[in-house]
Design a protein around this ligand. Structure first.
Ligand code: NDP
Length: 445
């Protein structure tokens, strides 16, 4: 039995009930055969056993009082997965589906993603099964304060620096930052995605969406093509989806879909700046449903389910994990889609990935394509420690350069290890080698 399959079996026997974690580990380990074979040191140092086990996991009670005066109890988590190349870095997710397995999958992905950004950041992830939907601002604040009352014991500007993810935007980051400051009496960069008046970076809000479009642009450039004139299907309507639409528009493409957990809209005329402003207000301020878009604008279709049946050139899945099945991937390809750039984490099921690779479309896996968010978080940390802020143009320029570097590393690694231009293999290998070599340098820890 090979070293890789031996380790996979061990992970399965230990964490067999954590389906998403197993899926993420399997996808990475499957691509590492060539690199492990060429470098026996990784087996000698038991790197795969160590890299699949978090350095530390915190799980805690989050009690808070709702508007009726009743006590509610949620569960909080922080996974500190790997700190070989820098302090733990990765977002917080507030969603009822959150559990240990989902956060471990996200933390594991984050390790390789952060390595690809070229910045010194380890990998972590956290969150809670709290659902901000339908809660008042005061309820969200009380929850965030209780969550941070425990989390503040484990994070710090040189230790672990969380950010946002699903259900955690500017409002939640603000409440958590305020509580950290109050308890610790320190104004330090312990979270990224902060408000611009109190240490945030320009372009952080936009970074994941912009980055995923830059990544698509880099993939298209390998075929002498660009986003200009492309019809794009986008899923989700939150942070990542919103700024994907904005950047596609900037580069001369047209986005025709958005979605939320209830359904999708199809707007053949395209989601222009004015319609996007409506979506941003609807989702970030009114906290309404995407269906309202179809009531507001003419000639828009609303359908239940996901948008992958719509004909498009490029797809930007930007909602959540496993949102493109094998059948949906087949439909996309059959309808002429030839670019998929993943804004979300692990949005394509393994069968769907197989379809994309078999059909040789330009496929950018999440850990490469959506790394722009954490990259600008890294830039926010640099600005915080220097106590200065860079201009919008400067940050955007750095983001564009980093996304190009990520594409180049993944592309080159795929060539070097005989996987042609398979960016799944390339991103996994390029992300892995840097972390694995650093772990060896630092001894058995
Ligand atoms: P938001 O909370 O801002 O938006 C999430 C969007 O996805 C909403 O439209 C939401 O719909 C929809 N969604 C969430 N869960 C589901 C589900 N189970 N089924 C269908 N739709 C769903 O999150 P973000 O935009 O920040 O994150 C989106 C994805 O991007 C996630 O996979 C996240 O991990 C990834 N990501 C985010 C980064 C960031 O910087 N924010 C960085 C890198 C990756 P509804 O409103 O109905 O819940």
């Amino acid at each position: 039995m090979s070293y890789v399959s031996d380790v996979m079996d061990k992970v399965k026997s230990r964490d067999g009930h954590q389906a998403e974690f197993l899926q993420a580990v399997e996808e990475v380990l499957d691509s590492l055969d060539a690199v492990i074979e060429r470098n026996p040191k990784y087996q000698e140092h038991r790197i795969l056993e160590r890299i699949t086990e978090p350095e530390r996991v915190f799980m805690f009670r989050v009690p808070w009082i709702d508007d009726k005066g009743d006590i509610q109890v949620n569960r909080g988590f922080r996974i500190e997965m790997n700190s070989a190349i820098g302090p733990y870095k990765g977002g917080l997710r507030f969603h009822p589906s959150v559990n240990l397995g989902i956060l471990k999958f996200l933390a594991f992905e984050q390790v390789f993603k952060n390595s690809l950004t070229t910045l010194p950041m380890g990998g972590g992830k956290g969150g809670s099964d709290f659902d901000p939907k339908g809660k008042s601002d005061n309820e969200v604040m009380r929850f965030c304060q209780s969550f941070m009352t425990e989390l503040c014991k484990h994070i710090g500007p040189d230790t672990d620096i969380p950010a946002g993810d699903i259900g955690v935007g500017g409002r939640e980051i603000g409440f958590m930052f305020g509580q950290y400051k109050r308890i610790r009496n320190e104004f330090t960069g312990i979270l990224t995605g902060k408000g611009l008046n109190w240490g945030g970076s320009l372009i952080r809000t936009e970074a994941t969406g912009y980055g995923s479009v830059y990544f698509a642009q880099n993939m298209l450039a390998t075929r002498g093509d660009s986003i200009e004139g492309k019809v794009c299907a986008v899923s989700g309507s939150g942070n990542v989806a919103q700024y994907t639409v904005e950047k596609v528009n900037d580069l001369g493409g047209k986005c025709v879909t958005l979605s939320d957990s209830s359904g999708s809209i199809y707007d053949p005329a395209g989601i222009d700046a004015e319609k996007l402003a409506f979506v941003i207000e609807l989702k970030n301020v009114k906290r309404g449903r995407i269906k309202e878009y179809a009531n507001k604008f003419k000639n828009v279709e609303y359908m239940e389910g996901r948008p992958w049946g719509i004909k498009c050139d490029c797809a930007f899945p930007s909602a959540t994990q496993n949102e493109i099945s094998r059948t949906e991937a087949e439909t996309l390809v059959k309808n002429g889609c030839f670019v998929v750039s993943e804004g979300a984490n692990m949005p394509t099921e393994p069968g769907g990935v197989e379809v994309f690779l078999k059909n040789k479309i330009l496929y950018g896996p999440g850990k490469a394509a959506n790394a722009g968010g954490v990259a600008v978080s890294g830039l926010e940390m640099s600005q915080n420690s220097q106590r200065l802020s860079w201009t919008r143009e400067e940050v955007d320029q750095r983001l564009e350069t980093i996304m190009k570097a990520i594409h180049t590393q993944a592309f080159n690694a795929s060539q070097e290890y005989g996987a042609k231009d398979n960016l799944v293999v390339g991103a996994n290998i390029a992300g892995f080698v840097k972390v694995a070599d650093s772990m060896i340098d630092q001894g058995v820890v």
